[in-house]
Each structure stands twice: as C-alpha cells, then as structure tokens.
Design a protein around this ligand. Structure first.
Ligand code: ZN
Ligand code: ZN
Length: 341
C-alpha cells in the first residue's frame, strides 16, 4: 500500500476506485458515470458495461479491510463513525506536508467514498477534520435513505483467525500470555490460510517469586511469601513500558540461610562431632551463636520460618552434613512452561 505524496498527485476518482477494489474483494472496476441511456420510450440507446479485473487476492483485500477497520474503531479515523446507525467502516486518513491536502477514503460493506480537502494553491489548512465530517454525513445519509442493514465485511474462506501474543507475534499460550502481569497480550488476528504462525510464544514465562523481595524465590523463602507470576523475557538497553514486567534475574536476597528459623527438633550438634579436634563452628543451628549475626531477622521470620523449615527437613530435600552446613539440590528458579494448548 503506497502512502505519502505523489509528484503529480492522484485524482479523487482514481483513489475512490482503488479503495472500492479493496472493498470489493480485490476486484477493480473501471469507474463509469452512467450505466445506460434510454430514449423516451425506455428503449436502451447506450449501455455501459462495467469492465474490471482482479487486482489483489481476496485474502489480501480482507486483511487490508480488517486493518482499516481498526483505523476507524480506534485510530485517526474515529470521527467518521455514523451517529445514528451502527455500520462497519474501513478507511484511511491521508495528509500531505503542512496539511496542504487532507483525505479520508473509506467504505462500508455497501459503498465507497473518498473526500479530499485543500486549496488550489497549496495552502496550509487549519481545520484538519472536516473532510472526515463530510465523509460521515454523505455516507450516513445514503445508508439511512436506503435503510441498509448493518452487516460485517465478508470474510473469505482463505482467511483464518488465530490467537496470537502481541509481544512475541507467535501463537498465544493459555495461562501465560493471558496471565501476563503487564496485562493480557492475547489478540485474535486474521491470517491468509497457510501464514498462521506455527511457533508458540516463548517470551512469557511463569516463575515463582518471593513477595517480600520481588525477586525470584529461593530455597529459603517461606511458603507464605511464594507467588506465581508471568513475566516477560526481554533484554533492554534503556527503560520502556515493559521494564516493570521483565523477568527478575536475582534470587531472593532477603531470605537466606541466616534468616531461616531454627528448627527445634533437629538434633545438633550431631553426636559424632566431638570425635574430631575441631568443634563445629557453623552457627545456623545454634541459637546462642546465631544471635549476634542475625539480629532482627529472627523475630521477623519466626512465624513463617517454622512451617518452611519443618517441611524442608522432614521432606528430605535438605541435608545436614557432618560439618553442620546445609546443602540443597533444588534449583532456585522453577520455570513452568504450559504448552498444553
Ligand atoms: Zn506471549
Ligand atoms: Zn524471599
């Protein structure tokens, strides 16, 4: 689709015929100003048979129509919507340098019209919307007088609809793209058959985060602080609207082995510890030794910590080694890809 100014311009007739071809499933009809001439006895003297040809695929014209419906629904052409009756409208505004030329060319499932406004001597216009108002008033009136019912633009069989993710441009994934913390990015789009994306969105990811630190949940985060959220995977050089929703990279620093509460039922020190020359020095399981290092945190984590420690130790995921340190084979980050769709 060519946009912008042209050296020798384009006539209103040419532009209207071009838009009418899009409206008419890609079939161009050469403009004519009469269909037949009759004499006073209604005898046909001249008949003007329309000539035309297919200039674009049906699917292409439908996709253009769908895109230009958005112009009217939520874009620069919204003021052309009819006041009294509801009718699908597709169209495009056009502007040349310094607002010397202003266009609106558009169509309904019934009629096509294009309005140009401007001065013969190429002067700047200050009212930049009256071409749209003229278009609306003319078109509304003809639809009203013929009592034309609202109907959607015809969708050819060569067009299919698919739910895509507007962030990745790939197929939307249930439970991810629609649950994105930045708002659902799922949009139903039309495609020419055979051009629907085949890959699923791979930049929305569900992770467990720690509510207290807003970082990725780590092994020490209490159960009650865990929350599943869908983030965006994206690299940025400077902040954008996406920035607040990008996947955190750090694991929770607020909860660590030192903030973890002391389990009361863990036997410590292990009975065999006193066989060596070196006494255990690691403090996590020794309240007395721990107090100095861990002021404040102990109090905060008392409630949450018990539950967490209990399940961790009893469930066998944590291991207390002979030297009193703790190991844990679990990974800190859990990715949940739901490709069940
Ligand atoms: Zn997505
Ligand atoms: Zn945490």
């Amino acid at each position: 689709m060519a946009l912008g100014g042209i050296t020798d311009g384009v006539s209103n007739l040419e532009l209207t015929a071009a838009f009418a071809a899009i409206a008419n499933s890609g079939y161009y009809t050469k403009p004519s100003f009469y269909t037949k001439i009759l004499d006073h006895d209604n005898k046909v003297l001249l008949k003007n048979k329309p000539t035309g040809r297919q200039v674009m695929k049906e699917s292409t014209s439908f996709l253009l129509t769908s895109a230009m419906e958005d112009v009217v629904k939520k874009g620069t052409g919204s003021s052309v919507n009819f006041n009294e009756i509801s009718m699908p409208i597709a169209g495009k505004t056009g502007t040349t340098s310094d607002d010397n030329d202003l266009w609106f060319a558009g169509y309904t499932p019934y009629y096509t019209a294009a309005i140009w406004s401007g001065y013969d001597n190429n002067k700047t216009q200050t009212n930049k919307s009256y071409q749209k108002i003229i278009w609306r008033d003319v078109m509304q009136r003809i639809h009203e007088e013929y009592k034309l019912e609202s109907k959607p633009f015809t969708k050819p069989d060569s067009i299919v609809a698919a739910d895509i993710c507007t962030k990745s441009g790939k197929l939307a994934v249930d439970g991810l793209c629609d649950k994105y913390i930045g708002g659902s990015t799922v949009k139903t789009e039309y495609f020419a058959r055979g051009t629907v994306p085949t890959e699923k969105c791979d930049i929305h990811v569900k992770v467990t985060i720690c509510k207290d630190s807003k970082q990725l949940a780590g092994e020490y985060c209490p159960e009650s602080s865990l929350e599943e959220k869908v983030y965006l995977i994206k690299e940025e050089k400077s902040p954008t609207k996406d920035t607040p929703y990008i996947l955190p990279t750090k694991t929770c620093t607020k909860h660590n082995s030192k903030t973890k509460n002391t389990p009361t039922n863990t036997p410590f020190p292990p009975s065999n510890n006193n066989t060596g020359d070196i006494a255990p020095t690691t403090p996590p399981y020794d309240n007395g030794a721990n107090n100095g290092n861990n002021n404040g945190s102990n109090g905060n984590n008392g409630n949450n910590g018990n539950g967490n420690n209990g399940s961790g130790n009893n469930g066998g995921t944590d291991t207390i080694t002979g030297d009193g340190t703790e190991t844990n084979d679990e990974t800190d980050i859990e990715f949940y890809y739901d490709y069940s769709q």
